[in-house]
Design a protein around this ligand. Structure first.
Ligand code: UTP
Length: 414
C-alpha cells in the first residue's frame, strides 16, 4: 500500500481512495499534494466534536461594565478624543477590514466588498464606503492611515482585480496591503472529506478568528511595526455605518489601560440574533445568541435594561502587542452546517438542496477571554450599525440603505 492510501485508510477516507483511482496522473498528483498538507488528526477531532451536543456550561456569568458614549460629559469626551487624536495624527493607527467571508446569506456572486448599494449620494460599493471613511479621517487628522484587507483564497483574486479596476477608489496604494486567511477542509456527515468540481478537496475560510494567524503569516504585523503602528482597528466589510476611526474609542482604551476594546450597541430584544458581551469567570467574553439560554437572555436589571444586552457589532480595537501574542494561539472552532455540491467517489457531480457538510470556523472574539479586561464603548445603533447580511428583510441592503441615508443626509457634513 502506498503512503497516501495508508494515510487515507487510517482516517477512514474510503471515498477519497476510490476517487483517486479514477483520476489521470496529473489530477492524482495534484490531489495527493493537497492530501499531504491536510492535518487529518485535527479534522477527525473536529468531525467527532460535531457529534457532541453543545451545552451551556458557563456558570460564572456576569454582565459586563461599559462606557456609554452618549452619556460622557463634554469634558470627558474631549479628554478621550484628545488622547485618541494624538495617536491617529502621529501615524500610530491602522485599520483592518475582514473581507474573507463567503457572504452566503446575501447571495452576491463575488466578494461582499464588491456589492453595490444605491444610496442618496450615489451608488457605492462596500469597499468604497470604507475608503470614503478612511479619506474623511485622513482629511480631519491630516493622517495617512494604513488599510489592511483580509481575503480568503477563494475571493482574493476577485478582490484584487476589483480594487485594481477601481484604482483603490483613490486611496494611496502604498497604504494598502491584502493578506489571505487560512482554510480548513469541509467534512460530510460521515466524516468524509468533500471533493469539489475541480477534483480537489473542498476547503473553506477558517472563520474571522483566522485573522490572528493570518496577520502574522502574511507579514502584516511586521509591516505595521515598520510603520510605527500601535493601535489597530479591526472590523467587517458589511456594516455600512462602521465607525473605523473613532478617537473616543482609542482614548478610552488608553485611559483604561487596556489592550483590547470593542463597541457595543443595546440589544433590541432578548432574541436578537447576535452575540453579547459578558464576563465569564471574571474574563471578558462574547456569547453567541445560540449559546445564551433564554432565561439569561431575558434577564433585566432594575433600570429595565437587559443584563446581557451589550451587542457585539464587530468593531474592535487592539494594541499591536495583543496581535503578536495571538499569532500562535489556536482558537476553538465552531461548527456550521452548510450546503455544498460535490463530486462523488465515481466523479458524478451531485447538487444538493439541503445542508450536507460541516464547515469549521474560529471566531475573532474567542480571543478576548485570554485577557483580564477589555474596554467596551456603548454607541448608538443608528450611528454605527447597519449590516448587510441577508438578501431581504432584517439586516438587508434595504435596511442598510435606509440607515445610511438617515445618517449621511445629503448636504450634511459626512
Ligand atoms: P459573517 O460571519 O457575517 O459571514 O462575517 P459573511 O461571510 O459575511 O456571511 P455569511 O455568514 O456567509 O452569510 C462577518 C465578517 O467577518 C468576515 C466577513 O467577511 C465579514 O466581514 N469573515 C467571515 C472573514 O473575513 N472570514 C471568514 O472566514 C468569515
Amino acid at each position: 500500500m502506498d503512503e497516501i492510501t495508508e494515510l487515507l485508510e487510517k482516517y477512514n477516507q474510503k471515498k477519497l481512495i476510490k476517487f483517486l483511482n479514477i483520476l489521470n496522473e496529473e489530477e492524482k498528483r495534484n490531489l495527493e499534494k493537497q492530501i499531504k498538507n491536510i492535518n487529518f488528526e485535527q479534522m477527525m477531532e473536529l468531525y467527532n466534536a460535531t457529534k457532541k451536543q453543545v451545552t451551556f456550561e458557563e456558570k460564572n456569568i456576569e454582565h459586563v461594565e461599559y462606557t456609554d458614549k452618549s452619556k460622557l460629559t463634554k469634558e470627558e469626551k474631549n479628554e478621550l478624543d484628545k488622547i485618541g487624536e494624538e495617536i491617529i495624527k502621529n501615524g500610530k493607527y491602522a485599520v483592518v477590514t475582514m473581507a474573507g467571508g463567503q457572504g452566503t446569506r446575501l447571495g452576491h456572486s463575488g466578494p461582499k466588498g464588491t456589492f453595490e448599494i444605491n444610496v442618496n449620494s450615489g451608488k457605492k460599493y462596500l469597499f468604497q464606503i470604507i475608503v470614503e471613511a478612511l479619506q474623511r479621517a485622513n482629511k480631519k487628522y491630516n493622517s495617512n492611515i494604513p488599510w489592511y484587507i483580509m481575503t480568503s483564497r477563494e475571493n482574493n483574486k476577485d478582490t484584487v482585480d476589483f480594487l485594481e479596476k477601481h484604482n483603490y477608489f483613490g486611496y494611496d496604494k502604498n497604504s494598502i496591503k491584502l493578506f489571505i486567511q487560512g482554510e480548513l477542509p469541509l467534512v460530510d456527515t460521515n466524516g468524509n472529506l468533500v471533493i469539489g468540481k475541480d477534483k480537489k478537496i473542498k476547503e473553506a475560510a477558517d472563520g474571522n478568528g483566522g485573522i490572528y494567524e493570518a496577520m502574522a503569516k502574511g507579514h502584516i504585523l511586521e509591516d505595521m511595526e515598520k510603520r510605527g503602528i500601535e493601535w489597530i482597528f479591526v472590523g467587517g466589510i458589511d456594516n455600512v455605518l462602521l465607525n473605523i476611526v473613532d478617537p473616543t474609542l482609542v482614548g478610552l482604551i488608553i485611559k483604561e489601560n487596556n489592550l483590547i476594546a470593542s463597541k457595543s450597541i443595546v440589544k433590541r430584544e432578548p432574541k436578537e440574533k447576535a452575540g453579547v458581551f459578558c464576563k465569564v469567570n471574571g474574563k471578558p467574553k462574547v456569547i453567541e445568541y445560540t449559546e445564551l439560554p433564554d432565561e439569561l437572555a431575558e434577564q433585566v436589571k432594575e433600570d429595565g435594561e437587559l443584563v446581557f444586552g451589550e451587542l457585539n457589532i464587530l468593531s474592535h480595537l487592539y494594541n499591536i502587542k495583543v496581535l503578536k501574542d495571538l499569532a500562535e494561539v489556536k482558537l476553538k472552532y465552531h461548527t456550521a452546517f452548510k450546503k455544498s455540491d460535490y463530486l462523488d467517489e465515481n466523479g458524478n457531480y451531485i447538487e444538493v438542496n439541503e445542508p450536507n457538510v460541516y464547515k469549521f470556523e474560529a471566531f475573532i472574539f474567542d480571543a478576548f477571554e485570554r485577557y483580564e479586561n477589555m474596554s467596551i464603548l456603548r454607541v448608538k445603533r443608528e450611528d454605527e450599525f447597519a449590516p448587510i447580511k441577508n438578501k431581504e428583510g432584517v439586516d438587508s441592503p434595504e435596511t442598510a440603505i435606509k440607515l445610511y441615508n438617515e445618517k449621511f443626509k445629503i448636504g450634511s457634513e459626512l
